[in-house]
Design a protein around this ligand. Sequence first.
Ligand code: PMP
Length: 389
Amino acid sequence: MPHSTTIPAVPNESAALRAVRGSAIRNLLAVTEQPEMLSLAGGLPATDLIPTDRIADAAARVMGRPGALQYTTSRGASHCRDAVAMVEGVDPSRILLTHGSQQALSLLAQAIIDPDDVVVVDDPVYVGALQAFQCARAAIVALPITNEGTNVAALVELLEGGTRPRLVHTVNNFHNPSGITASTSTREQLADLAERYGFWIVEDDPYGRLGFRSAPPAPIPGGRTIRLGSASKTLAPALRVGWLNADPGVVALIERLKQCADLCGSTLNQLMVADLLADTAWFDAHVRAVTSEYSSRAQSLASALDDEFGDSVEYAPPSGGMFCWVRLPDVDTDKLLNVAVSRGVAFVPGSAFAVNANLTDCARLSFATLQPDGLREAVRRLGTAVNDN
Ligand code: PMP
């Protein structure tokens, strides 16, 4: 049969993809790549703090090892699983390596969520997690985050009302985007509720090592917690090495799914990460240097905000991570973004992270990417944009 000439150039989307909202943040990357643009937008760790020489050393060292350029197991190269297990303080049988922790979110969503299963997220939410759950066609329930982290009171109300979530997602350390760290009591209550009502907790923790003054409280206890970690914020995002730390039964499920997703991650990159993590003295000193620099950048951003906006900005000074969540009462930050971009500064408006909440006067400002001078100039441009908005 001759081919029809009316075949559409784009196939119809699957129901799974139809459920996914595009990420405004990833779309903004195109804007922030423009020269002269000062970006407070992306969740990009500081390029100038990436340990390029040490990573090159690791590459040279592992390149000659047998198997470095071969396929590895779907769980990941054992050297790297051992090094991650040491960092996490658990047995290597609990560790599976992923292509960034984003892949762990997406595999988990596919592995344990059926369409219409309830998944509880924070509002505002980490958009990459929301997208992974949407793609699994979950029924999303978003609870407004509190200063103590995930909203346990609202979760209890939901559970007592008969809702039975399959999974609760939490970024309990230096939350993206709100910067909030969950209290010990929130962590313990979540673990108790998970046991009582049979849901799984995803403790999505790429920022836990980036505390400015003190380490965050201990991870969420209990057998129903699936912890996700990442080398992206401490070493380099381009390594694309993340991990899942969970009961070996969960690891086995995800392993089977990873076989069909990508066979395995990059052996070379995993061996490089193993080399870097296992060099404990170097790694700890490196993380201390990164957090100390982020802490002073956060202070630069805060004092620039105070100078520029005075009482017309509200924020909690960041205690770690990469983000400062601000509220500019009476400013529509979606509209502001257009003006700001024309003045040479980008940020992410609150609406990009909102599920149900009205966050149109909020914005996420990253203090990690720019150096102090850049941060001050970016805030000055933001001030001009607010005046001209
Ligand atoms: N979880 C959270 C909360 C994040 O902020 C990010 C990155 N922005 C990720 C997971 C994914 O990071 P990666 O895939 O680079 O490990």
